[in-house]
Design a protein around this ligand. Sequence first.
Ligand SMILES: Nc1ncnc2c1ncn2[C@@H]1O[C@H](COP(=O)(O)OP(=O)(O)OP(=O)(O)O)[C@@H](O)[C@H]1O
Length: 293
Amino acid sequence: MSLDIELTDVHLRYGSTEALAGLSLRLEADTICGLLGRNGSGKTSLMSLLASLRRPDAGTVRIGGRDPFEDAELMSRVALIGEGGSDPTDNVADVLRSAALLRPSWDAGYAARLLDRFEVPRRKAIASLSRGKRAALGVTCGLAARAEITMFDETHLGMDAPSRYAFYDELLADYLEHPRTVILSTHHVEEVASLFAQVVIIDRGRLLVHDDTDEVRARGTQVTGPADAVDRFTAGVTVLGRRDLGRTRAAALYGTLTPERRRQAREAGLDIGPMPLQDLFVHLTADTEKEQS
Ligand SMILES: Nc1ncnc2c1ncn2[C@@H]1O[C@H](COP(=O)(O)OP(=O)(O)OP(=O)(O)O)[C@@H](O)[C@H]1O
């Protein structure tokens, strides 16, 4: 049975804080989905509902049509990997042993290969691992679990750039061999955006965007070329982001260009492409802040 995810009008409160405020979302199984949102927007809260760590105050959560809360069989097929979580006095081997018991689809050989790749020492207590190695252990547990729904909640935050890229590499390669639903929350939007088939953006506990990544990126336009030509072309329009590389400038604009503007851009020697997801994300979440203030 495929584990589609469906949340309907979900509310979740912590005291007076409404972390999720009527969130509805439907995710089909077996895609890699980026979960984006500013700090405190409700990403962890959403994933904790899917992992059955909490129950919504109102609304429904369904995974494969079932309420996940206290459904042990279903939960063995759902993994949430956050920062920390292990008993700090355990060593790496203990953590792997527990994961193997918990996860019916655990691949011990793959876990061992990942530990080698991330150079995680096996005999050390969790408390004595560096933050980056702890994160690599979390990533290892998440990948080797091969859970049908695998959620990484900023798990890779403490990893250095080479390790993060190794993680993205492993995630994609293993996903292609063993398709499953992967939900990955991150603030490193651009470096991981190419992995996302879909993007979910939540803002203040509500769904702001859910679409294919290409569709989301197509909501904006990036114009690239010689700096002075880009400036002339973008004079009088709102530029959401600029990047310079030598004399080449890339400017991100919200919206698509009319055929006439495209022709002008070509004549000015400018390239046109989709907008970086990061710029679009900043723009979309900043807009709602303005509207609400
Ligand atoms: N245990 C808790 N007790 C009280 N408030 C909480 C608790 N957990 C989360 N919150 C609040 O709920 C809201 C949503 O938090 P959540 O952790 O889900 O956001 P997030 O998008 O994951 O944030 P970040 O990107 O900073 O990790 C925030 O206002 C947060 O302060």
